[in-house]
Write a protein that binds this ligand. Structure first.
Ligand SMILES: Nc1nc2c(ncn2[C@@H]2O[C@H](COP(=O)(O)OP(=O)(O)OP(=O)(O)O)[C@@H](O)[C@H]2O)c(=O)[nH]1
Ligand SMILES: [Mg+2]
Length: 316
């Protein structure tokens, strides 16, 4: 990476005009943890807060990418501008596109109303917690009405995506990682809309029934996640999903839950940036050597780890 300072003003203006290169460049600045990010964030701030963020999660192979593509098509038919962030927490930063991403790119390559971007977040302190919200801000500021965040791979990120989204879709398929499994993994708790995808397969009825029976109790929040069946590969049921998403959006607005979620989201974002900054400063305090010297004392029993930590924090 060169020392060339990006013209943030021009990039933000370009992004607001819907120039895909400017959007891509700004997201690259996020990936590279560019020093210009503060300026980018400040320039974007007045233009953010409009986009509706849809999180998509579920076990590997359930049809997340296929569903995302179908949703994008449905949203474009409604004349909405759409951003897609495919986040892969398991691979290192590539800055390039993931395979599925390239496939989908082809689908919408000539459509100026769609921005698609992959981000690999391994290697980032805090993973999704730090970089993804900043990329979301770029897409939001670029005028996307809806941003779909899709996670690739498994693990913690399945749950993390929910903390970024206004509305979280949890995908389940019959026969694989079905209802009970999903319940065990805790992903039902983060679902605002449950999607039984691959409804063309045997067992879809059973899975749907199971899920519905698990969700009979209305949660204290007052929103009971609907269960929708789809065949994403054929686009079947996607309009139904979008209708449920729209209902959820209306409920978020009328119940105050939407504002609450956004406040929690902003608080996490601030914390993630602050923690990153503290780590950086900790590195600056005499480098890693400072921690090593304290570690020696803890090993030798001369000092306990709390006292050592206090000492380190005191130097910041
Ligand atoms: N029969 C059937 N196959 C589907 C359906 N939706 C997706 N598939 C297929 O299921 C496979 C996996 O779909 P993906 O969309 O890549 O699933 P994913 O959840 O994104 O997978 P990972 O990113 O690897 O976790 C592909 O071969 C799809 O064509 C469906 O509704 N019915
Ligand atoms: Mg996928």
């Amino acid at each position: 990476m060169g020392r060339r300072t990006p013209d943030v003003g021009a990039l933000v203006a370009g992004a607001r005009d819907g120039d895909p290169r400017s959007v891509a460049r700004l997201i690259s600045l996020v990936e590279q943890e560019s020093k210009a990010l503060r300026e980018v964030a400040a320039a974007l701030a007045p233009h953010t807060g409009r986009a509706q963020v849809l999180g998509i999660t579920g076990p590997p192979g359930v049809g997340k990418s296929t569903t995302t593509t179908a949703l994008v098509r449905g949203l474009r038919r409604r004349d909405l501008r759409v951003g897609v962030l495919a986040v892969d927490p398991s691979s290192p930063f590539s800055g390039g596109a993931l395979l599925g991403d390239r496939v989908r790119m082809g689908d919408h390559a000539d459509d100026p109303g769609v921005f698609i971007r992959s981000m690999a977040s391994r290697g980032h302190l805090g993973g999704l917690s730090w970089a993804t919200p900043q990329a979301l801000r770029v897409l939001d500021g670029a005028g996307c009405d809806v941003v779909v965040v899709e996670t690739v791979g498994v693990g913690q990120s399945e749950l993390e995506v929910a903390s970024l989204a206004d509305t979280t879709l949890v995908l389940v398929a019959p026969g694989m990682g079905d209802g009970i499994q999903a319940a065990k993994a805790g992903i039902l708790e983060v679902a605002d809309v449950l999607v039984v995808n691959k409804a063309d397969r045997e067992g879809a009825d059973r899975t749907t029934r199971e899920l519905r029976s698990m969700l009979t109790m209305a949660p204290p929040s007052g929103w009971r996640p609907p269960v929708v069946r789809t065949v994403a590969s054929e686009g079947t049921g996607i309009d139904d999903v979008l209708a449920r998403v729209e209902e959820h959006r209306a409920w978020l607005a009328s119940s105050g839950e939407g504002d609450r979620r956004r406040r929690v989201r902003a608080a996490r974002e601030i914390e993630a940036i602050a923690v990153g900054e503290l780590r950086r400063r900790m590195g600056d305090v005499g480098g890693a050597g400072a921690v090593d010297a304290l570690a020696d004392r803890v090993v030798a029993g001369e000092c306990d780890p709390y006292t050592a930590a206090d000492e380190l924090v005191g130097r910041l």
